[in-house]
Design a protein around this ligand. Structure first.
Ligand SMILES: Cc1ncc(COP(=O)(O)O)c(C=O)c1O
Length: 400
């Protein structure tokens, strides 16, 4: 397993399905907000596994939990009660609007479960033809067929038709459009409080409260996809807390177990009961390993007040980027909350990502022209200064 970089890149080309447009580097080690590649080059990691590595790489509490659980019990089955799964459910319920939790393995799977829960709930509570889910243009809910059907973007859906019936798409942030779309066939509205993949678009003030009102009037469920925005990312434990609006259902994944695959659906009692015994399940979901790491992640996040740190350092990062924008006309706007930040450029973001990488900074895009920053929540002001300097240099160079 210690081939040189060139051999690894050749083998990647030869043996892997080519479904990812990957950068030509192999990362092999990480510590805090830094990672190293096979050539020993160091990078400041402002991608953080796309909002997964909230505690930074190899956090001692996570390493300890993994070591201990690896020698205790990895997997049994949901045929039995799993203490760490129960603990993680209690932690999530104690710190959210929800009454119950269901565990799976990814964000897409969490959204699949939420879609199934919404349909079952609507059929049982209202009418058998009440099946529609309203989702937003620019949304991203995952790549499985149900989640993909909820993701109305041509580049994701093209070639995979027929999609699942029963999805209605409306523009994000347009309450009137949602009002026109909702009817007595609507089972749920599914929405990200901040669209991540779609370009870091923040819900306008009053929007989520308006959707809550529409759902209350019609009996549809309000479901927030917080796969990317949850777990402290935006400066609150849950992004919807910025607007003081509670959903009936919330989906989570990404940072929930620091990189060990996990997903979760949190739900209020009145709809959680739709998923009665035997209606839904998954082999690995909530297994002892993933949920032990989830408990370690969640307790560390709360003890170390990482949402507060994301709020403070994210505010500093946004300020520094806005200062940089005054000297870099390539930056049109800087938006986001906490440490989910989008820099809207007047040009494609791909070459900017490559130029930052050459200078030792990892960043990513969200759409074609938005540079996205999702560093670990443990990032500090000195790292921010270095990242902003590199971004400023790259953009001033490419402007000339
Ligand atoms: C908001 C949102 N929902 C769902 C997903 C899908 O998650 P996964 O890739 O774990 O299936 C993502 C992934 O980026 C996401 O950002």
């Amino acid at each position: 397993m210690s081939q040189d970089t060139k051999t690894l890149l050749d083998w990647a080309n030869r043996y892997l399905v080519q479904n990812y447009a990957r950068a030509p580097l192999c990362l092999v080690r990480g510590e805090g907000v830094r990672v190293w590649d096979t050539d020993g080059k160091e990078y400041l990691d402002f991608v953080g596994g796309i909002a997964v590595d909230a505690l930074g790489h190899c956090h001692p509490k996570i390493v300890g939990a993994i070591r201990e659980q690896a020698t205790t019990l990895l997997h049994v089955s949901n045929l039995y009660q799993i203490p760490s799964q129960i603990h993680l459910a209690k932690l999530l319920v104690d710190h959210s609007f929800a009454d119950r939790a269901f565990f799976c393995n990814s964000g897409a799977e969490a959204n699949e479960a939420a879609i199934k829960l919404a349909r079952k709930h609507a059929k049982e509570t209202h009418a058998s033809d009440r099946v529609d889910i309203i989702t937003m243009r620019g949304a991203f809910h995952g790549r499985t067929m149900g989640a993909l059907s909820a993701t109305p973007t041509e580049k994701y859906q093209h070639g995979f038709e027929p999609l699942l019936p029963g999805f209605k798409y409306v523009p994000f942030g347009d309450l009137r459009a949602a009002e026109r779309a909702i009817d007595n066939r609507t089972a749920a509205i599914l929405v990200e409080p901040i669209q991540g993949e779609g370009g870091v678009h923040v819900a306008p003030d009053g929007y989520l409260a308006g959707l809550r009102r529409l759902c209350d009037q019609s009996g549809a469920l309000l479901m927030f996809d917080e796969v990317q925005t949850g777990m402290g990312r935006t400066g609150r434990l849950w992004a919807h807390q910025h607007w003081d609006v509670e959903p009936d259902v919330m989906t989570l994944a990404k940072a929930l177990a620091s990189g060990i695959p996990i997903g979760a659906v949190l739900a209020k009692e009145h709809c959680a009961r739709a998923l009665a015994a035997g209606t839904h399940g998954t082999t690995f979901g909530g297994n002892p390993f993933a949920t032990t790491v989830g408990v370690a992640t969640m307790t560390t996040m709360l003890e170390d007040k990482l949402p507060e740190q994301a709020d403070r350092v994210g505010g500093y990062l946004i300020d520094r980027l806005r200062q940089t924008a005054r000297q870099a006309p390539a930056i049109k706007t800087v938006r986001g909350k906490g440490l989910l930040i989008g820099i809207d450029l007047d040009r494609p973001g791909g070459p900017v990502v490559s130029a930052c990488r050459d200078r030792g900074l990892l960043v990513l895009t969200a759409g074609d022209t938005v540079l996205r920053l999702t560093p670990p929540l443990v990032v500090e002001e000195a790292d921010v200064d270095r990242a902003v300097t590199i971004i400023g240099e790259v953009l001033s160079r490419s402007a000339t």
